[in-house]
Design a protein around this ligand. Structure first.
Ligand code: GLA
Ligand code: ZN
Length: 716
């Protein structure tokens, strides 16, 4: 059932909170400074000695060393072997596995096993199971079926992790930890059980202080929901009508928080027990969005994401029931994930903890990666800021739910089709070395990703087809089509490095965020947003002033009306700097009344013909652009690229479609990555003589990229 879980989960997310600042006082915060990983090469593989006969370990370790791997991640699902009965620990086998690997110079990242509690635990403590959004309890038998709030589950998770930490703190070869595995990635990412209800009530008590305050902030007088005791507050399970939006948004924040604090219990312990080891966890970035990853990784040493472009392609096929899906869309979405990963810790290089190495799938197989694609995917991650990559997985299981998930060895232990290119890639990355892998990623533009907006719009999309994630993806794709460097940032990030900040669907807008936007524009930045700007307060109430609320002077407009569109699409006529062919409006239009802003687009048909659709306002030393009309990808790309150029944003190279360009830099050194995502030969005009660091070849004016080829260029 796990396969269904993952698929259903991703499907839902694709088809589709920062309570970050708030902390429940009981759960420990950890801020102990972490060991530096800046010189370490993490080029490894995910390995399952627990699922492999011990007679094979020596051979496996030797083959890994011959491949060039520096490390493995192990044990993240081995709870049943490590604690066969409550309180009875057995780490002897794991110690032998670590020793065998270490003998071959393979370092070890240990996974704490809380994602898969053993049957004895679920049988003895049935109350640990998660309850889904329909109010039905999950059942043991898969993985990730537990409640993040439940104290028994937390106690037992911490207990096995603590026993592991003490057993391995000083074992040579162990270098770091992965806590749990992909928190919230399951068919029911949020839990709605009684323990979570009590946890939610306590969290609300801390957040709001009093019931009066809570009732006022949620507007509970509506439908007679005034609470007179905290214990009366429900969780958003099915009722006769949808829940209060303030309650629903706070519940999403609480669930994110509960998972983060679950992780931090183990983190606090690991910092004390294993001060020499780094600590991280693995997850997948948006479109999986049930946990605020910035909050999750806040006290971890680096972000680590899992990357399965081919599996993603399979899901898109299933959804669209199509024979072909656009690889451009896949590349762009994967690039967005990587840029998001880099942004999780403010630009710090991240790790890919699981990189697809072959056909992937649980019930069905993804397509076989084309020759060169696994190397290309690896370099794409590095091109966007990865400092390490682990391939998933070493061998391919012949039993269990993931028998179809191909690793580096086939079922019969022959090498997989991608083996040679993986070996080559590892060698190449080692040659590039830690200076390149740990370098920075310069960006002149930023795209704001705000969990509050995402969650609030899932609760009340306003139009059935309006999805935050879709807008984020299409804005990201529109901007990066010109290969300008972009950071994906939190609303509260430091925006001073950027010439332009793009913030689509900034629907929930705190006062502090409004101030940040105001000051960014005042000081000379360009802020670009679109319809539904500043509609809601942080407690999910609609603002009482004309839209865009407190930003009306910054944007230089008032929203005269906002219009969901179902049929009869109006068009926009562009003017001034945006001049170009008319564009049809998609699913939404905000009708703008300029109060000082220049009109760059006008509705030409329908009830609002002649009224402003797109405006640009000069405010302080900067500009603020309001795109009231929902535009298709082509028009949006033209508009956003024109605006970026207006703001003086530079692009490294003009390249053919399907070729990606990124730049990483350290001091005054720069490395340009060229990635050919197409199966055809592509020729790129490079602007200055450069050397390809992978081949040592010098190139003057043009450079050829064969199918799925990668180049890493250094000027001179
Ligand atoms: C995820 C998990 C792994 C494994 C792979 C393949 O990323 O972290 O445990 O399940 O997917 O399904
Ligand atoms: Zn629960």
């Amino acid at each position: 059932m796990v396969s269904v879980s993952r698929r259903a989960f991703l499907n839902r997310s694709m088809a589709a909170l920062g309570a970050a600042a708030f902390r429940y006082p009981v759960w420990a915060q950890t801020n102990t400074s972490a060991p530096s990983v800046s010189a370490r090469l993490l080029l490894g593989v995910d390995y399952y000695p627990d699922q492999t006969s011990e007679a094979r370990w020596e051979e496996d370790a030797q083959m890994m060393a011959e491949t060039g791997f520096t490390n493995v991640r192990i044990a993240e699902f081995a709870w049943a072997l490590m604690e066969p009965a409550e309180g009875k620990f057995d780490f002897a086998w794991l110690r032998r596995a670590v020793q065998t690997l270490h003998k071959h110079d393979i370092s070890v990242i240990l996974g704490t096993p809380s994602a898969a509690p053993p049957p004895w635990l679920a049988a003895r403590y049935p109350e640990i199971v998660e309850v889904n959004a329909q109010g039905e309890p999950l059942h043991p038998g898969g993985r990730r079926f537990t409640c993040p709030t439940n104290q028994t589950y937390r106690r037992l998770s911490l207990s096995i992790a603590t026993a592991m930490a003490h057993a391995f703190a000083e074992v040579p070869g162990v270098i770091g930890w992965q806590i749990d595995n992909e928190l919230t990635l399951s068919p029911s990412p949020r839990c709605y059980c009684n323990f979570c209800q009590a946890g939610f009530q306590a969290w609300l008590h801390s957040k709001y202080g009093s019931l009066d305050n809570l009732n006022r902030n949620w507007g509970t007088v509506f439908w007679s929901q005034t609470y007179t005791e905290f214990t009366q507050i429900p969780v958003p399970l099915p009722s006769g009508g949808d829940p209060n939006p303030g309650l629903a948004l706070d519940y999403d924040r609480y669930q994110s928080y509960a998972n983060v604090s679950f992780l931090e219990e183990q983190l606090g312990m690991l910092r004390k027990a294993c001060p020499r080891h780094f600590v991280t966890t693995n997850n997948v970035g948006p479109p999986v969005d049930y946990i605020d990853l910035r909050d999750l990784y806040k006290n971890l040493d680096f972000a680590a994401l899992d990357n399965y472009p081919g599996f993603f392609e399979m899901l898109l096929h299933e959804q669209a029931k199509a024979t072909d899906v656009s690889w451009d869309f896949i590349n762009t979405t994967v690039a967005l994930e990587h840029d998001f990963a880099r942004g999780i810790k403010g630009g710090k290089p991240f790790m890919i903890m699981e990189e697809q190495s072959g056909k992937a799938g649980q019930r069905t197989f993804s397509p076989q990666p084309e020759k060169g694609q696994v190397r290309l995917w690896t370099f794409q991650a590095v091109a966007h800021g990865a400092m390490g990559v682990n391939y998933f997985r070493w061998d391919t299981a012949t039993f269990g739910t993931e028998e179809y998930w191909h690793g580096i060895l086939n079922h019969d232990r022959s090498w997989s089709p991608a083996y040679d290119e993986i070996k080559q890639t590892v060698k190449e990355l080692k040659a590039l070395g830690s200076e390149v892998l740990h370098s920075q990623y310069p960006a002149e533009t930023a795209l704001v990703f705000d969990y509050d907006c995402d969650w609030a719009l899932q609760i009340q999309p306003g139009h059935y087809a309006l999805r935050y994630m879709d807008q984020i993806t299409s804005w990201y794709g529109s901007i990066t089509a010109s290969h300008t460097g972009i950071d994906v940032v939190a609303p509260g990030a430091d925006w001073t490095p950027y010439k332009v900040v793009f913030a689509p669907l900034a629907y929930v807008l705190s006062e502090a965020q409004g101030e940040r936007i105001r000051s960014f524009v005042q000081k000379g930045g360009m802020f670009v947003s679109n319809f539904r700007l500043g509609v809601k307060t942080e407690t999910s109430q609609i603002v009482r002033t004309p839209l865009p609320g407190p930003l009306h002077d910054v944007m230089g407009v008032t929203v005269a009306d906002y219009v969901p569109i179902y049929s009869g699409r109006p068009a926009v006529r562009f003017s001034s700097v945006l001049s170009g062919p008319d564009a049809e409006v998609g699913i939404w239009m905000d009708v703008l009344q300029p109060s000082g802003a220049e009109v760059l687009g006008t509705y030409t048909s329908g009830a609002h013909a002649g009224q402003a659709a797109i405006t640009m306002n000069s405010f302080g030393k900067g500009k603020a652009v309001y795109i009231g009309a929902d535009l298709n990808a082509e028009n949006l790309a033209r508009v956003l690229r024109t605006l970026a150029a207006q703001a003086g944003v530079t692009q490294p190279l003009e390249v053919p479609s399907g070729v990606e360009v990124t730049v990483r830099a350290a001091g005054n050194k720069q490395w340009m990555f060229l990635l050919n995502h197409t199966p055809a030969l592509q020729t790129v005009n490079i602007r200055r003589p450069s050397t390809d660091l992978l081949t040592g070849e010098a190139h003057n004016e043009t450079i050829d990229l064969s199918a799925y080829a990668v180049r890493v260029l250094q000027a001179g």
